[in-house]
Design a protein around this ligand. Structure first.
Ligand SMILES: Cc1cc2nc3c(=O)[nH]c(=O)nc-3n(C[C@H](O)[C@H](O)[C@H](O)COP(=O)(O)OP(=O)(O)OC[C@H]3O[C@@H](n4cnc5c(N)ncnc54)[C@H](O)[C@@H]3O)c2cc1C
Length: 503
């Protein structure tokens, strides 16, 4: 091993999970954060609606717990859910203490929004760009902390192990080339995997890298079939998959088909505020029933001041394509949004591989079960990354050596683009909101074929894209295999061929 650097704790990813972990772990030693783009490039930066916490006067962690368990459709880990909801108010306080600015009401209390599946107003927010504000605050706090060093444009390619422990990371740094990092513990906080679908709300960095890295060293991965599709993303050629937060429906926005019918009456008594999977499936069914490419979100009955004040980013974006929220219906379609499954961890982020931790969207703590309750994901990233940051203090000294016998070769970028497009079409057609046995079998064969094709292509000079594509293919395998193995319709997993025989 030629070039290596040692620290106490290594982090891959600079979203909320990675940076909350870094800030907490810095109490116990030096931290290096590797992130593949600019530091703020993450799903976190795009979160709109907010972060859930029972901080309202009439609310309690018990009510938040109940709503989370109902959304999870019987598959949540109750201990994980309790840890999540009980720690939520202090997690919000921590964000405020490091400088995050949330909206407050005239009474001096946090202004709380309401989203689908929540029985109370409990969404702490910063207008409609809560994630952007949270990311700004954690990045600023990291910059103030001398024990944390951030390497941006640094792509983690492999995990290093020694005698069964995860001891480090190999990374390609744009300006420095290959580097090896060793530490007492490695935290994977690489976010989601939305880019395996044709339509996703996730930014370009969401390429299942953590799943690929963890799979290489034998980490346990579960529940990947529970893929959440956001019901309301803009249907427009110039702004593919721009999210229209659930909070718009929370504020009174209604869904209509092209004939003007408020069709949620035909699907669920909770109407537009039914859990996301139900709303997404209803939209899918309505579009298929009527043969249309989209349905509409109607906000024309809401006060223009409210729309401009509560949803300034969405309002401006829509205006830029000549949609006026107070006058026009907004064309929308569902798109992949969130991965509920991931690397299995305990409540302190530990995986089954000693020394390897995971937190945030890449992890499967058990809080989401078969379906995530809106605005619980930023919360999960924060609560469990902080718990892991406390736990790593007791990890042994950093190893002096580490190795890896897995190496994925880069292929030519044009080939990578082609394989990724095929994967996107395959996953969207067969492993989307509504699945079938035949579709899943086709997806399984298709993903295997794409992996074979990848292996057979000649090696090319290093670039990020092909290695990300390889990770997406590995991640897709877990999604498809999980969906095939799941023999009952539950939460986000809906297979038409199982309709007649639920659990
Ligand atoms: C449009 C949108 C709106 C959302 N709205 C909400 C909301 O209102 N409320 C809510 O609770 N949740 C929301 N979510 C979900 C939530 O934002 C994410 O689940 C959460 O931010 C994930 O945080 P994270 O830290 O786990 O990952 P991320 O924030 O995605 O960070 C992952 C980091 O890992 C880095 N990375 C990945 N692979 C590598 C690699 N190989 N090497 C180095 N670095 C790597 C990335 O560059 C990035 O910095 C939304 C998501 C989207 C996309």
């Amino acid at each position: 091993m030629s070039e290596y650097q040692t620290c106490d704790f290594l982090v891959v990813g600079s979203g909320l999970a990675g940076l909350a972990f870094a800030l907490t772990a810095a109490e116990y030693g030096s931290v290096i954060v590797l992130t593949k783009g600019e530091v703020q490039e993450s799903n976190t930066s795009y979160a709109q609606g907010g972060i859930a916490a029972a901080v309202g006067e009439a609310d309690s962690w018990k009510l938040h717990e109940e709503d989370t368990l109902v959304a999870g459709a019987g598959l949540c880990d109750p201990k994980a859910v309790r840890a999540l909801v009980q720690n939520a108010p202090s997690a919000i306080q921590w964000l405020i203490s490091i400088g995050a600015k949330f909206d407050f009401g005239e009474d001096g209390m946090l202004a709380l929004g309401r989203e689908g599946g929540h029985g109370m107003h409990r969404i702490v927010h910063h207008a409609d760009k809560t994630g952007w504000e949270i990311e700004r605050a954690v990045v600023a706090a990291v910059k103030r902390e001398p024990r944390i060093t951030v390497f941006d444009h640094s792509f983690a390619t492999r995990l290093l192990t020694h005698e069964g422990r995860c001891v480090g990371v190999e990374a390609k740094i744009d300006t420095l080339g290959s580097r090896y990092f060793l530490g007492r513990a490695v935290m994977l906080a690489t976010g989601g995997c939305g880019r395996m679908y044709q339509h996703t709300t996730n930014p370009a960095v969401a390429t299942a890298d953590g799943i690929g890295l963890a799979a290489q060293v034998g980490a346990k991965i579960a529940n990947m079939e529970f893929m959440q599709f956001h019901p309301t993303t803009l249907y427009h050629p110039q702004m593919r998959s721009f999210l229209i937060t659930e909070a718009v429906r929370g504020a009174g926005g209604t869904l209509r088909n092209h004939l003007g019918r408020r069709f949620m009456y035909d699907y669920d008594e909770r109407l537009e505020l039914a859990p996301r999977d139900i709303v997404a499936r209803a939209i899918d069914a309505e579009m298929k029933r009527l043969g249309t490419w989209c349905v509409y979100l109607d906000t024309t009955h809401l006060k223009p001041e409210l729309l401009k004040h509560e949803f300034p980013t969405i309002y401006e974006k829509l205006l830029s394509i000549d949609i006026e929220m107070e006058k026009d219906w907004i064309p929308i379609v569902p798109a992949q949004h969130y991965s509920c499954g991931g690397i299995v961890t305990d409540l302190q982020g530990r995986t089954n591989i000693p020394g390897l931790y995971a937190a945030g969207e890449v992890a499967s703590t058990g809080v989401h079960g078969a379906n995530r309750l809106a605005s619980n994901s930023l919360l999960e990233a924060l609560v469990f990354a902080k718990a892991a940051g406390e736990a790593v203090g007791s990890e042994p000294e950093a190893a002096r050596e580490g190795s890896s016998d897995t190496k994925v070769k880069p292929i030519h970028e044009a080939e990578s683009v082609r394989l990724r497009r095929t994967l996107g079409r395959l996953m969207t057609a067969n492993v989307g909101i509504v699945r079938t046995n035949a579709g899943l079998a086709e997806a399984k064969a298709g993903v295997q074929q794409l992996l074979k094709e990848y292996e057979s292509l000649p090696e090319a000079a290093f670039s990020r894209h092909p290695l990300e594509t390889h990770n997406l293919l590995l991640g897709a395998q877990y999604v498809v295999e999980g969906a095939i193995a799941r023999k009952a319709n539950v939460g986000l997993h809906y297979n038409k061929d199982l309709e007649a025989k639920p659990n």
